[in-house]
Design a protein around this ligand. Structure first.
Ligand code: IVH
Length: 695
């Protein structure tokens, strides 16, 4: 147990730090640390205050939620306080919550001895809480939560949000306070940030901050330009309903004399709100029974999380029956009848130990952060991308900083920005090296481009390695066993200079390499042998020509039929290939103008590589139809499905648009499926696709 003196000092330090973060977060909408780190500081303070109750003061951050409102907005006293939610982090927390609820309700005779409690499950939307006051059906006031008692008057801004009705539908009560979340969709957020950057204006760290920043604009005309959304999930004061009179309860459990309030459950109330024209998240709201039902919801939403249109940081469970909610009541500022079950944090803080640069296949130089290992998004992260020089400048990230690292889903971890409060010294700015760290060639960054490149071309071992790795890849020559480690060794020994050298490797010399046995050497030679008869499209793709992806390579191969014709084609001839534009045509033409590239092709031919003509498009029933594949299909791989679709004359694209004819969605389909639903594109499963293909 910490000594009293020590505890008092730590409490003071924690309060000071939390207050600073509060101001940044609540007043300026600019969080300086991730939520998980903030929660950790609050947790430490709460624990110390529990241990030493005499240290608790009324102004401690544990005694209120958030900081004081901005002076420029009028303040609004909430008629019914706006509450917070208790948090749960693992299955045990959920089991304990359900047990507490069950015990209390059984004690009150509201639940049978063997009966499980009924809950209403919602998404925990990562936006900002808002209360809307309707009088006689008219929106008269809107306020932020503020400290729970007093919020900011943001009526003028809220009126600009199209999702929020200015007048309710149908017979309305005298007073209705609706509570919910204002948020921004991820796609809207990306677009907004692009616009902001183009105008040299502030870019936001995440959709929540963009939503909060947009709502806290003093000029409502600016808010009106921002793509804000709203979902209702609760209510405050409800008074004077039209005739008929069941009783409902407000957030604090106070009984509200209602007249024709139609439902006595939370779900029923939300339905009623939806009926009045308020947006309710009907797509995900869900009824569940007992802890098992809650956990099943949590897992399902966890799997869908990365594909949702907006950020969520957990799910919320609410006891459904309002009478049961009243019996359960409140602790401090949170209801005992609800629990926020949080997802693992996607952001964490750690030390930035260094910045190195990596050289990609086309020479692109990517600055990479070397980090003190940190657990984030479910894995330990030691490296994270810093994207490019401009990003480092924009974010003002410096070696020595404490930085915020983000890893969401399977996305590559990235450095979001520094925690400026923790910058210990005036660390120097990052400067892009002028020479390639691998080959020593000059690094150049053409005027107007964001990407710096090593000018060494295939002379640069890093580019050579990446080019070979690309050529051996599954979608190119598909040489199983020719991976990174092996390529590193062979390039470093000077044994592999070009792709053509791969076809001179023999089992004897391969077996002598590190980590290679006789058997794997023989397997690799067999794989190389198979790769001598690639389709023309795969060979073209394997050459790693800039801007030439798998589909373009196949289109070009189909059009010209053989490699000589492609090598001789000028830009005009290349432009005749459907879907090939000037950038691609120019890139292919320039590639084959280089003697060393033509040499590689000739050497490949001399070493027995014989590209096979690409299968011609059949005039099948799918001619001209574009497909998008997403998720995992039960039996077909995406490559297989792609082949069948192409063979039937269809096209396969990576992104969903209005022009997409079908989206084929498998298990764990993500944002593409959501987009397809939004656009009303026909969605098929594997069987549906097979039926379409006549299989
Ligand atoms: S209910 C009495 N439902 O989480 C309960 N809150 O940690 C009042 N939030 O201030 C809140 N999604 O900003 C509720 N489906 C949801 C929510 C939700 C997000 C936020 C809200 C609230 C905070 C509490």
């Amino acid at each position: 147990m910490a000594g009293r003196e020590q505890a008092a000092q730590r409490v003071a330090a924690l309060r000071h730090e939390i207050e600073q973060h509060n101001v940044r977060y609540y007043v300026y909408d600019e969080p300086s640390i991730p939520d998980a780190e903030y929660d950790r500081l609050m947790g430490e303070l709460t624990a110390l205050e529990t241990e030493h109750p005499e240290l608790v003061t009324p102004d401690s951050p544990t005694q209120r939620v958030g900081a004081a409102p901005l002076a420029e907005f009028g303040s609004v006293q909430h008629a019914v306080p706006m509450l917070s939610l208790g948090n749960g982090f693992d299955d045990e927390d959920v089991l304990a919550f359900d047990k507490r609820v069950g015990d209390t309700l059984r004690g009150a005779g509201l639940l049978g001895p063997a009966e499980a409690a009924r809950y209403f499950c919602e998404l925990k939307l990562d936006g900002l809480a808002i209360t809307l006051r309707y009088e006689d059906g008219e929106l008269v006031q809107a306020a932020t939560r503020g400290d729970g008692q007093t919020g900011e008057d943001v009526t003028a801004n809220i009126r600009t949000i199209k999702a929020i009705p200015l007048r309710l539908k149908g017979p309305a009560p005298e007073v209705l306070e609706v509570r919910g979340e204002v948020l921004m969709n991820r796609s809207d957020f990306e677009r907004l940030n692009q616009k902001q950057a183009a105008r040299d204006e502030k870019v936001f760290v995440n959709p929540r901050n963009a939503a909060a920043g947009s709502l806290r604009q003093l000029d409502p005309r600016v808010t009106a330009q921002r793509p804000l959304r709203f979902f209702a999930y609760s209510w405050g004061e409800v008074r004077g309903l039209p005739a008929g009179t069941p009783v409902v309860f407000d957030e604090t459990g106070g009984a509200v004399r209602a007249s024709s309030l139609p439902r006595d459950t939370h779900g029923g109330m939300l339905q009623w709100l939806a009926g009045l024209g308020l947006p309710v998240n009907v797509r995900f709201n869900h009824e569940a029974i007992g802890a098992e039902g809650l956990l099943a919801f949590y897992r399902r939403i966890g799997a869908e999380r990365s594909g949702l249109p907006y950020d969520i940081d957990g799910v919320v469970y609410k006891v459904d029956a309002l009478a049961a909610q009243r019996v359960l009541g409140f602790v401090a500022r949170a209801p005992r009848w609800a629990l926020a079950h949080k997802f693992p944090a996607e952001e964490a803080v750690t030390d930035l130990l260094g910045i190195e640069v990596q050289v990609g296949r086309t020479g692109a130089i990517t600055p990479v952060a070397r980090l003190k290992p940190v657990f984030v998004g479910g894995v330990t992260v030691t490296n994270a991308t810093l994207h490019n020089e401009d990003e480092i400048r924009r974010k003002d990230v410096r070696v020595g900083d404490v930085v915020v690292v983000r890893r969401a889903g399977d996305v590559i971890p990235e450095v979001v920005g520094p925690v400026l409060e923790r910058r210990a010294a005036d660390f120097p700015l990052f400067v892009m090296p002028t020479e390639c760290p691998v080959c020593g060639s000059a690094i150049e960054r053409p005027e107007g481009e964001t990407i710096a490149r090593c000018t060494g071309g295939l002379f640069c071992p890093a580019q050579r390695k990446q080019t070979l790795l690309h050529a051996a890849g599954r979608k190119a020559l598909d040489i199983e066993g020719l991976g990174e480690k092996l390529i590193d060794q062979l390039v470093d020994q000077g044994r592999l200079k070009t792709l053509a050298d791969v076809f001179t490797l023999d089992a004897f010399e391969l077996a002598a390499l590190e980590r290679m046995g006789k058997k794997s050497a023989e397997n690799l030679v067999a794989a190389i042998e198979q790769a001598r008869r690639p389709s023309l499209g795969r060979l073209l793709f394997a050459l790693g020509i800039r801007h030439v992806g798998e589909t373009t390579a196949r289109d070009v191969a189909r059009h010209f039929g053989n490699i000589e014709a492609i090598m001789q084609a000028d830009e005009a001839a290349l432009l005749e290939v459907p879907d090939v534009g000037p950038v691609v045509a120019g890139s292919i033409h320039r590639f084959f103008l280089e003697a060393h590239n033509r040499d590689v092709v000739h050497q490949l031919q001399q070493r027995g590589v014989q590209p096979q003509a690409e299968a011609q498009t059949q005039d099948g029933n799918l001619t001209g139809k574009t497909f998008v594949l997403t998720g995992t299909m039960p039996t077909w791989s995406r490559d297989e499905a792609t082949r069948y679709i192409l063979a039937a004359g269809g096209k396969v694209s990576g992104s969903v648009s209005k022009k997409t004819a079908y989206v084929v969605a498998g298990e764990e389909a993500g944002s593409k499926l959501v987009k397809a639903q939004e656009l009303g594109v026909t969605i098929l499963d594997e069987d549906g696709l097979k039926a379409l293909l006549g299989q």
